[in-house]
Ligand binder design. Structure first.
Ligand SMILES: *[C@@H]1O[C@H](CO)[C@@H](O)[C@H](O)[C@H]1NC(C)=O
Ligand SMILES: *[C@@H]1O[C@H](CO)[C@@H](O)[C@H](O)[C@H]1NC(C)=O
Length: 397
């Protein structure tokens, strides 16, 4: 194993892992969540990547790869959707600006987005079962404002965390260090300046009940593994034991999102507070969550998991799949359908009704929210009473 590979993929301990690792550019950023709030505008803003079949409602019977005509992900066959909350910077004057996303190291030059991983054991043994048509799941709990302190022996312990990059260089130890306890990761949003930006780490459960493609909370049909078989290989790998209730091993889905906080670091507060907040009004980071809606064409994911056992996960090494260019990825976009501004300059408040809720008790939904709740021309405009910056006031219709 070369030094270069160790550094680039250090977090995954290459000799213990086979993977697909690929970039996905931004598809759209808006208050949509077809998993949790199908048919309704979502309470908070998400950034979404993947196929352009993404919509306000996505019934499990929907032929996602049949409807999508393009994808922002590196593999043409992948019309899945992947999404997370959006990070905002809260200025000392109370206004919010979206924190831009940038591509991760060695994934290409595309618009923002995320890096997606499908991990498995190095030999492909035991065989992982690709997600079936209609499959969807969520990891994390948006209303959480406190650390659940999972024991370190559970797969869930460091499933959701933030990496504080010291530089943006790929060879920086703060990039390659294994995920988990140590100098660079925290379950909460980092309470200090991260000179190179913040990378969020989002792991999904790897054990499935083998029957249900979804569940009422979008989480209980899957489970994290109970304990790693070999504690030396880390907690995230495919080495844990699946509980009897969820015996089927899935590929380990993992997102890395690189938030370019650098432009805001010069405005970092000096009073010990930290200025970043997730779109659901979460300044703690404990509400960090990710959503997945499977949409690979035919059996392409299973074929890739069976045959692409490269320990570095380079897209070009997976001959089962078709690569598309950065330009093709960038040309796949959707227009936001919610009539409100969620980015491009400072906003007077987080979109939706998301006042900052610091916890530690769980966040609560705001009653009598007047934010836009429908899409299309009949949309009700957001109450703009809080708008203070004249230059940004949009005339009322
Ligand atoms: C989204 O759903 C609406 C309503 O069903 C439909 O008209 C539209 O074509 C869908 N968009 C996509 C991208 O499938
Ligand atoms: C806060 O500062 C930003 C950056 O200068 C500015 O764009 C925004 O309008 C300000 N907001 C208020 C409420 O003054």
């Amino acid at each position: 194993m070369s030094w270069l590979h160790l550094v680039v993929f250090g977090l995954l301990l290459p000799e213990t892992q086979a993977l697909l690792r690929f970039g996905c550019g931004q598809l759209v950023t808006q208050r949509f969540d077809p998993l949790v709030t199908p048919g309704q505008v979502s309470p908070h803003v998400h950034q979404i990547v993947g196929g352009n079949a993404f919509n306000l409602t996505m019934h499990p019977d929907l032929d996602v790869p049949g409807i999508a005509t393009c994808t922002t992900c590196r593999f043409k066959e992948d019309k899945s959707n992947y999404w997370t909350a959006v990070m905002y910077f809260k200025h000392a004057n109370g206004s919010f600006a979206r924190v831009p996303q940038i591509p991760n190291h060695f994934t290409g030059e595309y618009n923002g987005g995320m890096t997606v991983y499908y991990n498995q054991r190095p030999s492909g043994n035991p065989r992982v079962t690709a997600f079936p048509k209609g499959f969807r799941m969520i990891t994390g709990r948006p209303m959480d404002r406190t650390n659940r302190n999972f024991p370190n022996t559970q797969g869930e312990a460091w499933a959701l965390s933030f990496r504080c990059w010291q530089t943006t260089g790929p060879y920086d130890y703060s990039n390659s260090h294994a995920i988990g306890p140590g100098p660079f990761d925290s379950i909460n949003l980092p309470n200090r300046v991260c000179p190179g930006g913040i990378r969020s780490n989002t792991f999904f459960p790897t054990c499935w009940d083998g029957v249900n493609i979804d569940s009422p909370n979008h989480a209980s049909h899957v489970s994290f593994f109970e304990s790693p078989a070999d504690p030396n290989v880390g907690l995230f790998l495919q080495d844990g034991t699946c509980p009897e209730s969820h015996p089927v091993k899935l590929p380990q889905l993992f997102f890395e999102t690189v938030w370019d906080t650098r432009p805001f670091n010069s405005m970092y507060p000096t009073d010990g507070s930290q200025p970043f907040v997730l779109s659901m009004g979460d300044p703690t980071g404990y509400g960090h969550h990710g959503d997945y809606l499977f949409g690979w064409e035919g059996d392409s994911l299973q074929r890739a998991m069976d045959n692409c056992l490269d320990m570095f996960g380079r897209p070009a090494d997976c001959k089962e799949l078709t690569l598309i260019s950065d330009e093709e990825m960038n040309s796949c976009t959707l227009k936001p359908q919610v009539d409100e501004r969620v980015e491009d300059g400072y906003l007077p408040a987080l979109p939706g009704c998301n006042p900052i809720q610091r916890g530690p008790e769980s966040a609560t939904m705001i009653k009598d929210c007047t934010a836009v709740s429908t899409i299309g021309v009949a949309a009700t405009p957001v109450a703009r009473g809080a708008e203070v910056n004249e230059a940004q006031v949009t005339p009322s219709p």
